[in-house]
Design a protein around this ligand. Structure first.
Ligand code: FES
Ligand SMILES: [Fe+2]
Length: 434
């Protein structure tokens, strides 16, 4: 449970809010490079931290990130012409280079130097690991985050994007909440008895939560049998990144919970393999070449919130199938991603955390909230640089699943895999079939 004031501080990311200022100290992902295109591509809209922005690439391929509003008289630069070396507003023809500098002002007298004094509201953009990133802070940006997937050949990684109509932290908390797994995402017994239990018999995992320099990690322990324990290890990294455990095989999945505004989040699902080409078995396709985890997407509409919206959504109750809910799955909602989407959106645009009741299974959520709030307060009141900003190499971590002999330390056993020192996942011998 949080006070109303702390709940607001945790969730609000507009300019001038403590968490908004914290977010503005990091590079945040905008869209896959493949979505944006190459040099002189069409400008595209997106909303980030409550700001309506456009992104484009100039003739050199450099990325421009502007406020959508033209500094002349406020027309949308989305309609701009992406010309040689800059973007030209279609209203009166003012043209800006990627830094925002006005480089041409054809409706003013030739001898005027007015254009030298005008800048579009521009932020820094960059391309890194197949992703377009934006830095909405002031001053020199930090190094780009050094996730393992950013240095993979593109055949070894994959992205998908989906919009979630709720606050970013609400979505993120679902990833660090292991106990929901075998309920929300559970399947019913094959005999149709209605008892869940196909995934795991132990329904109340014990969490070992460990604070780290980059965020928080936990090992969730479930009893397998007399001799072994089943561990699921999930990472949280400042400020919006999670890696959750995958099925064995060495592919690591994660999410980036990018706050579009206080009530909308762009959820990136990233998965990668340290050594293998996964291009042919991509589970998560953003570009129409594979199954999207949210199922079918709606056609794009104009505006900063018009893209990557699942067809199954709140307006149609996520296409819940009550027949399947009786006989097959716990929810009757089609995919794991949509199951998470339904429950987190159902909590409202911003969950009221002052009336919740947290149990022992919520230990990781409690820790992550505390770390985020402490970091936001330390930055706001004492100008303390938040974690990872000065250390982009701290992002080089993974999640894991493993079954270990009882009493063995998951942190020690998995350590070299978790910190990308080895490329073979830890041994996994499952006692419970799933
Ligand atoms: S409003 Fe953009 S050039 Fe006039
Ligand atoms: Fe989930």
């Amino acid at each position: 449970m949080l006070s109303t004031a702390d709940n607001e501080m945790l969730t609000q990311v507009g300019k001038g809010t403590p968490m908004g200022e914290l977010m503005r100290r990091y590079w945040l992902p905008v869209m896959p490079v493949e979505e944006l295109g190459g040099p002189d591509c069409d400008p595209q809209r997106f909303r980030l931290l409550g700001e309506d922005l456009i992104v484009f690439r100039d003739s050199n391929g450099d990325v421009g990130v502007f406020s959508e509003t033209c500094p002349h008289r406020g027309a949308s630069l989305f309609y701009g012409r992406n010309e040689q070396g800059g973007l030209r507003c279609v209203y009166h023809g003012w043209k800006y280079d990627v830094t925002g500098q006005c480089v041409d002002m054809p409706n003013e007298p030739g001898e005027s130097n007015f254009k030298d004094k005008i800048r579009a509201w521009a932020y820094r953009g960059a391309i890194h690991g197949g992703v377009v990133w934006a830095y909405l802070g002031e001053g020199e940006p930090p190094g780009l985050p050094d996730f393992e997937w950013t240095v993979m050949p593109e055949e070894q990684r994959n992205f998908s994007l989906a919009q979630r109509a709720c606050n970013w932290m609400q979505g993120l908390e679902g990833d660090i909440d292991t106990s929901h797994l075998f309920f929300l995402h559970g399947r019913l017994d094959p005999d149709g008895s209605g008892n869940i239990g196909v995934w795991h018999n132990d329904k109340h995992p014990t969490l070992e939560v460990v604070p780290t320099k980059y965020g928080v990690v936990y090992g969730a322990n479930r009893e397998e049998n007399e001799e072994t324990t089943y561990w699921r290890i999930t990472q949280f990294l400042f400020p919006v990144f999670t890696f959750f455990p995958a099925a064995p095989g060495g592919t690591v999945p994660g999410h980036m919970w990018v706050p579009m505004d206080d009530h909308h989040t762009m959820v990136w699902t990233v998965s990668w393999h340290p050594t293998q080409n996964i291009a042919d078995s991509r589970r998560f396709g953003v570009l129409g070449n594979a199954t999207h985890p949210a199922g079918e997407l709606l056609p794009d509409t104009a505006g900063g919130l018009g893209r990557f919206r699942p067809r199954a959504n709140k307006t149609n109750d996520y296409e819940i199938d009550r027949g399947r809910q009786r006989t097959e799955t716990f929810t009757g909602i089609a995919t794991v991603f949509l199951q998470d989407q339904a429950v987190t959106e159902s909590m409202g645009p911003v969950q009221n955390r002052s009336i919740e009741h947290l149990g022992r299974s919520d230990g990781m959520i409690i820790q992550v909230r505390r770390r985020l709030l402490n970091a936001a307060k330390a930055l706001h009141y004492d100008n303390v640089t938040p974690p990872c900003v000065d250390n982009p190499e701290w992002y080089r971590v993974r999640s894991a699943i493993g079954t270990l002999p009882k009493g063995e330390s998951w942190y020690e056993h998995m350590h070299d895999w978790l910190y990308a020192k080895v490329d073979e996942p830890p041994a996994l011998e499952l006692a419970v079939p799933r």
